[in-house]
Design a protein around this ligand. Structure first.
Ligand SMILES: NC(=O)c1ccc[n+]([C@@H]2O[C@H](COP(=O)([O-])OP(=O)(O)OC[C@H]3O[C@@H](n4cnc5c(N)ncnc54)[C@H](O)[C@@H]3O)[C@@H](O)[C@H]2O)c1
Length: 286
């Protein structure tokens, strides 16, 4: 896909962050967009921003975990616009917690949204993308789809799974010769609401993590992330890394192999000790 002029793009998780920035950038590039999110207010804000730019978005409140709803949405978008060229499976959440302290429900929730949401969006839109004659699937993994991180095992599992699923899909489509490109996206820290909206399995206060994430770990804006993703689609890239942090981690992990875990654990231990201190004190004094 060399440009987005007159193309039709569907984006999940478009009520905030990277999804919203993608919708705005795609419209600026001449595309028509279908947006979805489970957050009706966030979605309405994105729709308003798009309308202010002269667009007429197709807007649907849905939970990407709901297989039937995602399939119905894909069919409705194809019927509404007459074709669909691009799907960006972007909706995502995280929950903090060690493997030991995470209840099954939390692990299932993260995997259901972050992995199964991507599977639903891919399978629901694939026939429409192929029928368009010029289609593309973008699945949003993470820098956490490249290396394991303490307290992020469920998110890691889901994002590694997105990567494997997407890399296999790309090869299948290369073999079958269908006119559908595939890109797996690995953002580093992006200034969005993902950590502000996160909870912790042990009910610890996550505001300290959110503060460090927002102030220290995020160097890239959602707008810059959207530009990088769309450049990757135009160039037919299989893998898109967003931000210097993602590029550096990718290099280090490939250079060190599994040995990355010991030095990374040492960094995480120091960070976790600093972050856990206020929450721990709060718990003890309560
Ligand atoms: N922000 C980062 O640093 C970062 C880093 C790596 C990967 N990512 C990934 O980027 C994607 C976009 O996240 P973001 O950073 O823009 O966060 P965000 O929280 O700003 O946006 C995510 C959107 O997804 C929606 N959503 C969550 N669960 C949903 C569900 N079940 N059904 C429908 N919508 C749902 C939320 O309501 C929200 O509008 C996610 O997949 C995330 O894992 C983000």
């Amino acid at each position: 896909m060399k440009d987005f002029q007159d193309k039709v793009a569907a984006i999940t998780g478009a009520g905030s962050g990277i999804g919203r920035a993608l919708a705005l950038q795609l419209v600026a590039d001449g595309a028509r967009v279908a947006i979805s999110d489970w957050d009706a207010d966030g979605l309405a804000e994105t729709a308003l921003l798009l309308e202010e730019r002269g667009a007429q978005p197709h807007s649907t409140v849905l939970d990407v975990r709901d297989r039937a709803a995602v399939h119905a949405w894909a069919d409705a978008v194809a019927a509404h616009f007459g074709a669909v060229n691009l799907v960006v499976n972007n909706a995502g959440i995280t929950i903090f917690g060690t493997v030991e302290e995470s209840p099954y429900e939390d692990i299932e929730k993260v995997v259901d949204v972050d992995f199964w949401g991507v599977v639903h969006g891919t399978k629901a839109f694939l026939p429409h993308l192929a029928a368009s004659g010029e289609g593309h699937v973008v699945n949003v993994s993470s820098i956490f789809g490249l290396f394991g991180v303490p307290t992020q095992s469920s998110y890691n599992a889901a994002k590694f799974a997105v990567r494997g699923f997407t890399e296999a899909l790309r090869q299948e489509l290369l073999i079958s010769g269908q006119p559908v490109g595939v890109t797996c996206v690995h953002p580093g820290g992006i200034k969005t609401n993902i950590v502000n909206n996160a909870t912790a399995s042990n009910a610890a206060d996550t505001s300290g993590i959110a503060r460090v994430f927002n102030e220290k770990l995020t160097r890239t804006t959602p707008e810059a992330a959207a530009r990088t993703i769309l450049r990757g689609v135009r160039r037919g890239r299989p893998k898109v890394l967003i931000g210097a942090d993602a590029v550096a981690v990718d290099l280090v992990v490939r250079a060190l192999g599994a040995s990355y875990q010991r030095p990374f654990a040492a960094v995480s231990r120091r960070l976790t000790a600093t972050l856990a201190a206020p929450a721990h004190r709060k718990k003890v004094s309560a």
